[in-house]
Design a protein around this ligand. Structure first.
Ligand code: GTP
Ligand code: SPV
Ligand code: MN
Length: 594
């Protein structure tokens, strides 16, 4: 058997020949290496220094103004059989995709250094972790990968021991949106990305590997690769329970992962532990529970909206040794974005003198890159090789109307339908219109590397004898009133909803049974000290039967759009709920606790 190292060396040689890179740099991940790279980037303007007194070790990167977000229309899954990619993905024949991309990569690194970046997704000694190598001509990508993954010598030696690794080839190319493609070859465990230097398009360990290729590997190996945060909630008895939550891009994962509970909760002894803010890999353990790791080592978080009042942990975490991308700066060279209550922007994200007529000072999808361990609520369990056991899975999205603050699925199959039926308004994390409601199953619409129908089937398959599966819930922090304002305060107060969720898991919290699922009554949620009016409370927790009938019909159409591959089990579940909604409303039934 040819060793992984031989295959890696051969690939590196082939790529160097194709791209005509003038130099090859194997990254070892050392601090000396990154210091040198940073000095080079500061010298050539790829990075700009920020105020060293207020933000030691922080830098700013301004991307090309047309390269500021993921590009879903240019992202492809290239499987031999088109149906394996499914209607949820753009598809291209693998041979055609290779030919197209190789033509673009030919000579693309002329005069540039080609960095070979070995990385490990997940704790270096975890059986759940998987390795990859990214070849890139962007030093900015290397600097980000060093924060976001376990990058360098340790990853390389794991790769030497293992049979396979994911090959990711990246070049910024000409940063031309017309010559930009993000291609995935799950059958070959490889990725080719050209024409973008931005986030999920370029840091190939993240969405490309850990989700699109990862979800494919997960299906064949019996685990799940999900767009989920992982958070530990410690109750006043000192017990910590772990929750995984899938919200679409820019819908609150980072914020929930590091929330600070309100004072009354802190005084009572509640504490929050951050494991991950974007991606979760989980696998059934011998005990039947789902055990989860965060495959990432850092956070690539949304800057706008991050403030002392909303997310003080994040604000503290990004005070030093952070790479900022596309934020604005103040007169004394501090990073600034909309929603930050201190400071005034003088230079916008494109480096122009700030003028409100040009739009926001920071790009709405401006980001910070920071090591996970800098988070004040970072949990040492994030390094645990076996991961953490998941007690509850939460789905959620931006739903200005209809969907209540929280509800619980009856069982696993219903929960899978709740995830599959998720809808959310689009955000600035991807190019295109913002605020358009679309289905985003399990928050994986842009990230599932195969046919959603097969993916739902894979989810359903976890429900088998001996499984101790988490309960599944749905939340909506984004319900709006007639005045267009959010009805729910959100952020730290979301712990009130998590308390109910964990109470349901423990069998101690009450609920009302509705066709949509179990919903807390006003007396089941702790709303003490909140300015939520009784009317807002009714809106937040009520079920509008007529509205839900329309929703269920739309969900039925959505399931049908996947054709014969859609599992009958989910269609049955949809029909069961639609019929319950259409029947004469029974008197509210108080569900037994738990
Ligand atoms: P990605 O990194 O793109 O996957 O995003 P994310 O899901 O981690 O979203 P994030 O936590 O960064 O939040 C995105 C935006 O939503 C920010 O501007 C937040 O301020 C805002 N937000 C997060 N949580 C809440 C909440 O509970 N209520 C309200 N109203 N806004 C929130
Ligand atoms: C997202 O869009 O969901 C992100 C940012 O987390 S990116 O890395 O660009 O995918
Ligand atoms: Mn994300």
């Amino acid at each position: 058997m040819a060793s992984s190292l031989e295959s890696l060396n051969r690939w590196v040689e082939d790529v160097a020949r194709l791209t005509e890179a003038s130099e090859i740099h194997w990254c070892n991940g050392s601090s000396g290496e990154i210091r040198l790279l940073n000095e080079q980037m500061l010298a050539n303007g790829e990075l700009l220094a920020l105020n060293e007194q207020t933000h030691p070790g922080c830098t700013l990167h301004r991307s090309s103004p047309t390269d500021v977000a993921r590009v879903e229309h240019l992202t492809f899954i290239c499987t031999r059989n088109r149906d394996d990619a499914g209607p949820n993905n753009h598809w291209m024949d693998p041979a055609e995709a290779h030919a197209k991309l190789d033509a673009l990569f030919a000579g693309a690194m002329r005069g540039r250094t080609m960095y070979v970046v070995p990385y490990c997704m997940g704790p270096i000694d975890s059986p759940l972790s998987r390795c990859g190598v990214e070849i890139t001509d962007s030093a900015y990508v290397v600097a980000n990968m060093r924060i976001m993954t376990r990058m360098g010598a340790a990853a390389l030696s794991r790769i030497e021991r293992e049979e396979s690794f994911v090959k990711g080839l990246h070049s910024t190319g000409e940063l031309d949106p017309d010559k930009r493609f993000i291609m995935h070859f799950p059958e070959e465990l490889s990725i080719k990305s050209i024409g973008s230097g931005y986030g999920g398009n370029a840091l190939l360990g993240k969405k490309c590997h850990a989700l699109r290729i990862g979800s494919w590997q997960a299906r064949s190996e019996g685990w799940l690769a999900e767009h989920m945060l992982i958070v530990g909630i410690q109750n006043p008895q000192g017990e910590t329970r772990y929750i995984a939550a899938a919200f679409p891009s820019a819908c609150g994962k980072t914020n929930l992962a590091m929330l600070i509970p309100p004072e009354s909760y802190r005084e009572a002894g509640w504490k929050v532990w951050t494991i991950g803010d974007d991606i979760c890999w989980m696998k059934p353990g011998e005990d039947g529970q789902l055990w989860a790791i965060n495959p990432e080592a850092g956070y690539f978080g949304v800057a706008p909206g991050t403030d002392r009042k909303t997310n003080p942990n994040a604000l503290k975490m990004i005070q030093h040794d952070t790479i900022y991308t596309n934020v604005a700066v103040t007169a004394d060279n501090q990073p600034w974005w909309e929603g930050l209550s201190e400071g005034q922007p003088v230079t916008d994200w494109q480096g122009r003198t700030y003028n409100p007529a040009n739009g926001p000072a920071a790009h709405p999808n401006s980001r910070f890159t920071v090591a996970a361990q800098q988070c004040p609520s970072w949990s040492p369990q994030a390094e645990a090789a076996q991961g953490v056991p998941i007690s509850a899975i939460i789905f959620g999205g931006r739903r200005p109307s209809l969907v209540p603050l929280v509800f619980e699925a009856r069982d696993w199959a219903h929960g899978v339908l709740v995830g599959a039926a998720m809808g959310s308004e689009t955000t600035a994390a991807a190019t295109g219109a913002v605020g358009v409601l679309r289905r985003d199953s399990m928050a994986m619409k842009p990230f599932c590397g195969y046919n959603f129908a097969d993916y739902f089937n894979h989810w359903l398959s976890f429900d088998k004898p001996g499984a101790k599966l988490p309960k599944i819930f749905h939340v909506n922090w984004f319900r709006k009133g007639a005045d267009g304002k959010f009805l729910w305060p959100g952020f730290g107060d979301n712990i009130r909803v998590l308390e109910w969720i964990l109470g349901r898991c423990a069998g101690t919290a009450g609920a009302e049974e509705t066709p949509v699922g179990f919903v807390p009554g006003a007396e089941d949620l702790n709303l003490k000290g909140l300015a939520v009016t009784a009317a807002a409370g009714r809106d937040l927790l009520g079920i509008d039967r007529q509205g839900w009938q329309v929703e269920l019909a739309a969900i039925g159409e959505y399931l049908d759009s996947f054709g014969a591959r859609m599992p009958q089990r989910l269609k049955d579940e949809q029909r069961r709920i639609a019929e319950a909604l259409a029947s004469v409303p029974a008197k509210t039934v108080r569900a037994a606790n738990g």
